[in-house]
Ligand binder design. Structure first.
Ligand SMILES: Nc1ncnc2c1ncn2[C@@H]1O[C@H](COP(=O)(O)OP(=O)(O)OP(=O)(O)O)[C@@H](O)[C@H]1O
Length: 694
């Protein structure tokens, strides 16, 4: 900011400065107003012009006259009333010494003129200041200025309007009279009067000057104060400006921060909203959790009670299991006693029905007298009045052509349970070719035979036995005896398969070497193996059957049962045999096959007959078939023999042969079967033996 010049005539009024101090930003405006006011104010009579009249005077003052005028030129004028009413000490301090009065009018002093010009601005400023300071004073100044102005134009002895002192009126009257040149006294008197007038004017002017000086000093002081205040104000203004800028920056920062805070606030509001929603959800969950906790406590108590009950039940279960085990053992014994009572070799006769392409064939006469007896009557015409051939046969059971596969298996199934109880089982079908052996043993789709049903029953029984604590494993092998040679139906390898004695002490214990034995865990797995064996079985077309089986097929299942809390295991064998069909050599197209088949069947008959007759020697080893079935045909076995017969007259003789052989077997009652019980000494050693059912 521009520093204020002390000589500048545009000094602001004190009152104005005070106002601008309180209103900093209006300061320049005030200066401009003062400047314009000083410029527009009517031009007053300059003080220097007034002083020109006194240029010829000399003053006796303590200060130098030149300085006085210079100083006075710098100072503002005081009001005339102040000068008149307050004659200052300065006025009393000097005593003018009148110089020679010029006869001519004084010319304006160039120096005084310059002073007048310099003081003009200040005078106006002072005037303005004083005018603002006191209205009443201004009135007085204006009222008393006129005589000063008028007095500056001439030094004529003209009485001033402001003269408060009594002017000597007498001499004034005499002044106008021009005394005679010789009248020195009068002239002196006139001069004296003029001097007095001038002196009075001078005194008056001097007082005014003193007053103006005092005012000037006062104003200077005020000016200095104002300058100081202005500087302070400028400084404050500068500081305020800096603060203002800083505040602006801070405001901008705060605005930006405010924006960010608003954004954050919005985000926080959203977050708060979602959080409150989550909180509500959590409250709901907490309530649920509390409920669940309560329920959990209740359930915990219940669980403890149940644990106690379970513990009690476990004890009871263990006790029950022991009882059950004992009962099961009793059941086994009773069950097998029943089977024993029925006979170790049981014979069932089954007459098959004619099939679709056999409608033109003549059937025999069949009579199913009761469940165990049938009668076959030849329908061949008999010449000479002879009676028709008629034979009655008794078996453990006879099945007519309408008997279903279900009915057959219902009677067979108790034997399967015996195998799980540790007995050897042998079921075989014997009969002429095309009599229905394969149908009985294997069945057809939708009419499953004994073998697939046995498999299903075995695994169902195994699952049921788990409740009693028994665990069973099943190992399967499939054999074929063709032309007295053993074949592995689960392998196509060319290998020697022999029947060997398993135990030197027991002549009936055998095993088959080089045979494939597969452990099966499910019925489905066993079915797959059966399908493989069936496909490998040698088949050929015969007169009696398009797909006649020309070999004996043996399905061997080894069943081993263990109980974790019992030191014993049960070992049972099931031999399911689909024998090759017997055939008359007269009609056979494969004589060698027929011979072998018939021979092995004959040996089977011999063995059974030896058993019936209780011979010491039983010719098991005369054929592969009897040798293989030796464990199942001996004492430790339960054998079920199906004799299948065709219903037709053309098969009458073969049917009678088969029925006669079967009936012979049926009469064979061997000694009681013994259960295979092995005492388990340790994991690796077993004592194998046969125990009495008793
Ligand atoms: N009980 C029956 N009900 C209906 N059809 C039967 C019955 N028994 C046998 N069959 C049918 O008779 C035909 C001959 O039966 P199967 O093949 O079982 O005789 P097989 O004795 O096995 O003959 P082979 O000794 O030559 O093999 C088959 O088509 C078979 O489906």
């Amino acid at each position: 900011m521009k520093k204020l010049n002390t000589n500048d005539s545009r000094i602001p009024k004190p009152s104005g400065i005070m106002k601008t101090t309180s209103k900093m930003f209006d300061f320049n405006k005030i200066k401009e107003e003062n400047h314009s006011q000083s410029c527009t104010e009517p031009q007053k009579k300059p003080l220097t012009e007034y002083n020109k009249s006194f240029s010829s005077f000399k003053f006796e003052t303590t200060s130098k006259p030149n300085n006085l005028f210079q100083k006075s030129s710098l100072r503002r004028s005081r009001s005339l009333s102040d000068v008149r009413s307050e004659p200052g000490p300065a006025a009393k301090r000097f005593h003018p010494i009148l110089e020679t009065i010029p006869t001519k009018r004084l010319r304006p002093n160039p120096i005084s003129k310059s002073i007048k010009i310099d003081t003009l601005g200040k005078r106006n400023a002072i005037h303005n200041t004083l005018k603002a300071a006191s209205t009443s004073n201004v009135v007085k100044i204006v009222a008393k200025k006129a005589p000063i102005i008028s007095s500056t134009s001439t030094f004529k002895a003209k009485p001033t309007t402001t003269a408060s002192k009594p002017e000597p009126s007498q001499p004034a009257k005499t002044v106008n009279k021009r005394p005679a040149p010789y009248d020195f006294k009068a002239r002196f008197y006139n001069l004296e009067e003029k001097f007095k007038i001038q002196k009075a004017k001078f005194d008056n002017q001097k007082e005014q000057i003193v007053s103006l000086e005092e005012q000037n000093e006062l104003l200077e002081k005020k000016e200095e104060d104002l300058v100081k205040k202005l500087e302070i104000t400028e400084k404050e203004l500068s500081e305020a400006d800096g603060i203002n800028k800083q505040l602006k920056l801070e405001i901008e920062e705060l605005t930006a921060t405010n924006g960010q805070l608003l954004t954050k606030n919005t985000a926080l509001a959203n977050s708060l909203s979602s959080t409150s929603e989550e909180l509500n959800e959590l409250k709901v969950k907490q309530e649920k959790l509390e409920k669940l906790s309560e329920e959990h406590e209740i359930l915990k108590i219940r669980a403890e009670n149940m644990e106690q009950n379970i513990a009690n039940a476990s004890d009871q279960l263990a006790e029950s299991q022991n009882k059950l085990y004992s009962i099961n053992i009793e059941r086994m014994v009773l069950h097998n006693m029943v089977l024993d009572l029925r006979g170790n070799i049981r014979v069932f006769a089954r007459v098959r029905p004619p099939i679709s392409n056999e409608d033109d064939k003549m059937a025999c006469g069949w009579s199913f007298i009761d469940e165990t007896t049938l009668e076959i009557v030849s329908n061949e015409p008999v010449a000479g009045g002879r009676k028709q051939l008629r034979y009655d046969f008794s078996f453990d059971h006879v099945f007519n052509p309408n008997t279903t596969q279900d009915e057959i298996f219902e009677i067979v199934s108790p034997l399967i349970q015996s195998a799980l109880d540790g007995y050897n089982i042998c079921i075989f079908a014997y009969g002429q070719t095309g009599s229905g052996k394969t149908f009985t043993m294997d069945g057809v789709e939708g009419k499953l035979g004994i073998i697939p049903r046995t498999v299903k029953l075995l695994f169902d029984s195994i699952n049921s036995s788990k409740i009693l604590g028994w665990n069973y494993s099943i190992t399967a092998s499939f054999l074929e005896i063709y032309n007295e040679v053993l074949y592995d139906l689960l392998s196509n390898e060319d290998k020697d398969i022999e029947i060997r004695m398993a135990n030197a002490k027991s002549k009936t214990e055998i095993y088959v070497s080089n045979i494939t034995q597969t452990e099966v865990n499910t019925a489905a797995m066993l079915y797959e193996l059966m399908a493989i064996a069936r496909s490998n079985r040698a088949t050929a077309s015969t007169i009696g059957n398009e797909r006649s089986s020309r070999s004996h097929a043996v399905t061997r299942l080894e069943i081993v049962g263990t109980h974790p809390s019992r030191p014993e295991r049960l070992v049972g064998f099931i031999n399911l045999v689909d024998l090759a069909g017997s055939e008359s050599p007269k009609t056979s197209q494969r004589m060698e096959e027929t011979k072998n088949i018939n021979r092995s069947l004959s040996e089977l008959s011999n063995v059974i007959l030896a058993l019936v007759q209780k011979n010491e020697h039983v010719p098991y080893r005369n054929s592969k078939l009897t040798h293989l079935l030796m464990p199942c045909l001996g004492g430790n076995s339960k054998t079920l023999m199906f004799v299948n017969v065709s219903p037709f007259q053309e098969n009458f003789i073969e049917s009678v042969k088969s029925l006669r052989f079967a009936a012979q077997v049926n009469s064979c009652k061997v000694a009681k079967a013994k259960r295979n019980r092995q005492l388990v000494v340790n994991a690796n050693t077993t004592l194998v033996g046969q125990s009495s059912n008793s």
